[in-house]
Write a protein that binds this ligand. Structure first.
Ligand code: EPZ
Length: 429
């Protein structure tokens, strides 16, 4: 199994190109099941999760091609993937495939909307909490799907098609909103989604569905209205920049000090996180080229952070801000409100010398003068990158095991950081 080795202490200087967002690309790829025509997605990141989803879609009968390099493109240019679900030959998403990635459960929506049936294994994914799918099922039921749970599978049936309905989510759910949007797009009549997730990835899915012929108003707000259509057609859509990757590298620069331009990204995607970084003593300047992040000499100031649905501080940056705060001058309080078990990085950060006390959904992080390199283990995607951030500032050598978690969500991480002066390498095997 690959490992990442970091020798800490080097400040970061240079430019980092930000990839397309994994969490936008996944639902966009799934939306290809809604049409017989070809959906072309550009700026798709090169990640293990994208490849896993291609396998799952292929099993349903989706043909796909990944375009070759074009003039002017570099290794950093995202991929162009064309997906064609002309013939859906299998409406089952089996356990072996779905258990590797939770988002693949979302195929249930386009399959039942277009074909009238779907049989999808209950999902797996990162071990960050119980992560039920009750609200996704509720959304489909609201649109007239009949649901049965049988031996670990959710079976959804709507032989006469879905019909529009009212979906009021009791809790904000990104996946629930994606599922509701895709199902409602092909339902007969009008659907109103209340307390919808406002995440940019939801708005990106809606923008693509609109290009495919869907009638959607209000995406990006908490009330979305969808007027169903009988058929969707092909489209071309560019995946939006990855705000979590952007925030992660911004925190890495805040941690090591230095001056880095984050390219091909937009500050409005992560205002709450950038604001926290400013409070922590980082200079953040947005321009047409991207976001410039600098910290030269100033100490890291402690901050209090609570994770919340968008536009609040993202849970997917909680581990990273905690890593940064391990070296703040003072004590920070980090509260996790989205996932109940998303503190697995705490014990690994402690191996590097961090002082963190857990109290229910809060972590109290007492900044220390120095971290010291050690072998650590990645436990989930965002937790593992928090260990990279800590390792970049720790004295001596940090080796991170179970790097496959990182490969699920960060494209060419060691290359991007290495070019900015980090001493980081992948040890194969
Ligand atoms: C998405 O997961 C993201 N995944 C997650 O990113 C992200 O952490 C999460 O949204 C929150 O922002 C993708 O986009 C692929 P939710 P999702 O439904 O949709 C509860 C990463 O690292 N809930 O918004 O699965 C749930 O337990 C990943 O890239 C129910 O109770 O998250 C949680 O407490 C990790 N019942 C809250 O809602 C349900 O049926 C929000 O979850 C569904 C969710």
């Amino acid at each position: 199994m690959d490992r990442i080795r970091i020798i800490g202490g080097a400040p970061l200087h240079g430019a980092i190109p930000i990839s397309g967002a994994k969490n936008a690309a996944l639902p966009l790829m799934i939306a290809s099941l809604l049409t017989e025509d070809t959906l072309e997605l550009t700026n798709v990141p090169r990640l293990a999760d994208i490849n896993s989803l291609l396998r799952i879609l292929g099993n349903h009968g989706v043909d796909y091609t990944i375009a070759g390099k074009r003039p002017g493109q570099t290794a950093e240019t995202g991929q162009t993937i064309r997906l064609s679900a002309r013939h859906i030959i299998d409406t089952t998403a089996p356990y072996e495939l779905v258990s590797t990635m939770r988002a693949s459960f979302w195929v249930i929506a386009p399959l039942v909307a277009r074909i009238g049936e779907a049989r999808v294994s209950m999902p797996g994914g990162c071990a960050i909490g119980t992560r039920p799918v009750d609200l996704l099922i509720m959304a489909l039921e609201r649109l007239g799907a009949e649901i049965e749970i049988d031996r670990g599978y959710v079976i959804a049936r709507a032989p006469k098609g879905l019909r529009g309905g009212e979906i009021a989510f009791p809790k904000v759910t990104v996946g629930g909103t994606h599922v509701a949007l895709m199902a409602a797009a092909l339902a007969d009549g009008v659907t109103v989604i209340d307390n919808a997730a406002r995440e940019p990835e939801v708005a990106d899915l809606a923008a693509c569905l609109i290009k495919m012929g869907a009638k959607i108003a209000g995406a990006g707000t908490s009330r979305i209205v969808v007027e169903g259509v009988s058929r969707l057609h092909g489209a071309t859509h560019e995946v939006l920049p990855d705000r979590i990757e952007t925030g992660t590298y911004a925190m890495a620069v805040a941690m090591t000090g230095g001056d880095v331009l984050l390219q091909n990204t937009r500050p409005e995607l992560l205002e709450s996180a950038l604001e926290v970084l400013r409070r922590a003593g980082t200079d953040i300047v947005a321009s047409n080229e991207g976001i410039r992040v600098r910290r030269n000499g100033a100490a890291i100031a402690p901050v209090d952070v609570t994770t919340d649905p968008y536009p609040g501080f993202p849970t997917d940056l909680q581990a990273q801000i905690m890593a940064l705060m391990t070296r703040a001058k003072g004590t920070s309080r980090i509260r996790e409100t989205i996932f109940e078990n998303r503190f697995m990085h705490v014990q690994e950060l402690a191996r590097l010398g961090a002082r963190i006390r857990l109290d229910g959904d809060c972590a109290l992080v007492e900044g220390v003068e120095r971290l010291k390199g050690a072998p650590v283990m990645a436990t989930d995607l965002r937790a593992s990158v928090s260990l990279v951030i800590a390792g970049l500032a720790a004295e001596g050598e940090t080796t991170i095991n179970r790097v496959y978690h990182l490969d699920r969500g960060f494209e060419a991480l060691e290359v991007k950081l290495g070019r900015c002066g980090a001493q980081i390498e992948r040890l194969r095997g």
